[in-house]
Write a protein that binds this ligand. Sequence first.
Ligand code: SAM
Length: 370
Amino acid sequence: MPDIPTHLFTTCQVGAEGALKAELGRTWPGFRFAFSRPGFVTFKLPNACGLADDFDLRSVFARTYGFCLGKIEGENAEQMADELWALVGDRPVDVLHVWQRDAALPGEGDFEPGRTTLADEMGTIIVSRRREAGPKPSPLDVNRRAHQGEAVLDCVLVEPNQWWIGRHRAASFHSRWPGGVCQIELPPEVVSRAYLKTAEALHWSQLPIQAGDRVVELGAAPGGSCQALLDRGLIVTGVDPAEMDESVLEHPDFTHLQMRSVEVRRRDFRDVRWLISDISAAPAYTLDAVEAIVTHEAVNIRGMLLTLKLSNWGLADEIRSYVSRVRGWGFEYVRVRQLAFNRREMCLAAMRSRSMRRGQKRPSRARSPR
Ligand SMILES: C[S@@+](CC[C@H](N)C(=O)[O-])C[C@H]1O[C@@H](n2cnc3c(N)ncnc32)[C@H](O)[C@@H]1O
């Protein structure tokens, strides 16, 4: 029997459900909104939609997504795990991803998205209840990063006693991580949580940044993001009228220009290859500031990571105009995503040309450490 999906599940940041619904309503008018909880939204798919299990949803707000197999409710995890395997049937499974929908906005209180003890414990129970035909069942990994092309079984703990089961095939960067949240190794002392979002942005965007390259960050204080860039061996200039953390200031590859971005002389950007912006202002202000730099004839920025603040969700409707504005500056390859470690904001990644992405053929030079 062909495995025809009827519903799609998506997970997103708490509060982003409306923006996600509106976005998919535009891109996929045949999808019908079905069920939602904060951070979790499902859609009924049109009949025989013919979508492949690694299709690209082209979504800014969906962290990850897959086809629904069903919902399980109960009080006993072992029994729920048995029901899960009954739903899975004889579908192939290479790796199991179990995660809880977000409990809060990233950075609120101590909350950060990602692995939880409960999800890991449920994963262990689910694997222990797997019965496979044959004398030697193959081991099943829980919550490791899937390899491209692997069949992922998704178990979303929408509530501890309500699991939504789904499946997808690992393809894009985020689809390989449980719940679309990549694991970032943090240094012992992190200056600010912006470390997380810049590290995630660097992984996701595939900007071919190499150790020794010069990068400028607008809106750099107190410096978590600069710390992530310095950890990659970059030569970093932070532009911000506010104070930088001492540990960043002390780094030999860091320079602080204690001023607003409009006050920086254009020639100070001459040898800079990459631009990061995390200015606490509306997207229009950030884009004006960036445009004034990257369109200057003495400047040759090859790629950018811009954090665009969503002070209201209505700004999500402007994404297409932001993208075309950045393309108009000569950046051929532009993508936007609400990263797992973004707060009420999203990340715009831009490159002069698509062929620059990491992993594409280019002249040999040592790669930056990953
Ligand atoms: C979200 S914080 C940046 C966090 C920082 N990226 C980190 O890694 O810790 C926003 C910063 O934007 C700065 N800012 C606001 N307007 C600016 C401007 N016109 N030029 C440069 N920085 C600006 C603020 O002073 C503030 O420190």
